[in-house]
Each structure stands twice: as C-alpha cells, then as structure tokens.
Design a protein around this ligand. Structure first.
Ligand code: DX5
Ligand code: ZN
Length: 221
C-alpha cells in the first residue's frame, strides 16, 4: 500500500513541521490539493506555495488540480516542482491535449473522475496516463464520508487496465480511513489519499501506524 497524505488537513501555519513528520514516518508521496473556487466551491493554494514546499522536501509531489481550464496552469505547476499533475476530466474538454502537455514537461500525468463521472469518460486516454484518480467523495472539502459505490468503479478500472495491459496507477481520494483501507486496496487501488485520517488529533505517527496495522491484519486473514 502507498499512502499519499493530503496536505489539506495539515497545519497551514506549520507545513514544514508536518511534512517532516510524514517523512520521518516512511511516507514517500504528498498529495497537494489545489482548488480554485470555481471548479469546486473551496479555494486553497497555488504554484507559489507549491514552490516553497518543493524547497523543503524530496517527497513525490502528487498535485491534484481541482481547477477549471487546467491547461492554462500546467507550466506554472510543473515549474513549481510537481512530480505528478492530475487534472479533472470534467474540467477540460481537451483532455488529450492537456495530458500530453503535462508529459511534455517531463512529469507524470494523471486524470481524475468525480463520483458522478462514469469510467468510460477516460477510456480513450487510458493509454497516455500514469495515474487514474478516482474520487470517493465530491471534491472540495476534507473530512467527508467515503461513497461506497466508488468500490465498483475502482474494481472496473482495475479490470480495464488488466484487460488492456495498461500500467497506470489507481489512486483513490476521499473518506479513506484505516478501517476502509483494505477494501479499497482489495478492489484494485494502489495509492490511498488520506487527509483527516492522517492529521487527526495531530498524532501523525500513530495515525500512519493505524493504517499499516489494518492492512497487515487484513493480509493475514
Ligand atoms: C477533497 C480532496 C481530498 C481531501 C481528502 O476534495 O481532494 O484530497 O483532502 O480528505 P479526507 O481524507 O479527509 O476525506
Ligand atoms: Zn485530493
């Protein structure tokens, strides 16, 4: 299992301290949620903050763009140090063009689908993506409940990649907790995004251990 903690639930007045704590607890990826107040109702951070984060960490920066017209901002986020740039299928009518643009920047390209978006929306571009991000909540806020129906979509995505011999990673975002992590992994996910479950109670180390314990427990059964 790979965990990609979402910075959205971190302490924004002390990001460096939280990021160091993730590093010290074996985390390799950091999920950065970018929201524009247009594609989603909330507003978070942009390339300037990403650039500051890049300076203090070698974690793989997994940048989730919840913004309209993402094509306009690819260069800015790539220059700021993103390792993976994920755009929403619903936010771009020229997905193929924007994903190709991301790859031309020499970084990994991801595409995300909302809970109401069927998997077939990404069928035609599945060959060129490095990552498929399946939203298991409606994007915009941390701390929401996992939508159970997402499990079916994760399973279908895994089947599609096996049938077509593709190698994109499947990442799942929203409402992930230690208690539901095994079923999400068993459905076919490779990377779990977790915000509130990692930063809850400010005990990052204990929260990460809980995830590891649950997954270990499940693999023994
Ligand atoms: C939601 C974001 C998520 C969010 C997840 O729109 O994309 O990454 O931080 O938060 P939790 O894990 O609390 O559901
Ligand atoms: Zn996210």
């Amino acid at each position: 299992m790979k965990l990609s903690p979402s910075l959205l639930s971190a302490n924004f007045a002390n990001l460096e301290r939280d990021i160091k704590e993730l590093e010290n607890n074996g985390i390799e990826m950091l999920h950065v949620d970018v929201m524009d107040g247009h594609f989603v109702p909330n507003i978070t951070i942009g390339p300037v903050v990403l650039q500051s984060i890049r300076k203090i960490t070698d974690l793989e920066l997994d940048v989730h763009l919840m913004i309209s017209n993402p094509g306009q901002y690819i260069k800015a986020f790539a220059d700021a140090g993103a390792d993976i740039l994920t755009i929403h299928s619903e936010a771009d009518i020229h997905l193929h063009r924007t994903l190709s643009m991301i790859k031309e920047m020499g970084i990994k390209a991801g595409v995300s689908i909302n809970p109401s978006t069927p998997l077939f929306m990404v069928e035609e571009i599945a060959e060129i993506i490095d990552l498929l991000l399946i939203m298991s909540v409606n994007p915009g806020f941390g701390g929401q409940s996992f939508i159970e129906k997402s499990l079916e979509k994760i399973y279908k995505a895994d089947q599609m990649r096996k049938n077509r011999k593709l190698d994109f990673l499947i990442e799942v975002d929203g409402g992930i907790k230690p208690s539901n992590s095994s079923k999400v992994l068993n459905a076919g996910a490779d990377i779990l995004v977790a915000g509130s479950a990692i930063f809850k109670g400010r005990n990052i180390c204990e929260n990460i251990n809980l995830f590891n314990d649950f997954v270990k427990m499940d693999s023994k059964q």
